[in-house]
Write a new protein. Sequence first.
Length: 152
Amino acid sequence: MTTPLSTWRPRRYLRHGMLPQLAAFEAVMRLGSTTRAAEALCIAQPTLSGHLRKLGEALGVRLFEMQGKRLVPTAAARALLPVAREVFAAFERCERVLAGLRAEACVEVRSSARRQADAQEPIGAAALDTPPAVAAQAWRGLGGPRRSSFST
């Protein structure tokens, strides 16, 4: 059963930076090293260590213990790993759904443009009731030099 966000109140999960913290945690668990995890995430190792510390504080559990120079995952870390992976899998599913919606929107725009072209309706400055100089400047802005003001 899912709980609507309006009635779901654990603020610790909504803290700024929770996703980067989970990503750092998952990378350390997967790669077995803070150095390799930091390299994989393209962040500095001290930043990654800070993410791990903040995640543990936010969740109220100790995720790793030091044994010599090695970090060893605790039982809490081993229990959190599949949940963290589920969170990232949910984001992957969301991205796939959104990619499909973006593709559908792109097809709709293309078919709308074809219908306008087939009807021989003017497309561009006249269709937008925009002075030609302004329309030309707008088109140059897409790939050409940018200008700070438009002339009419």
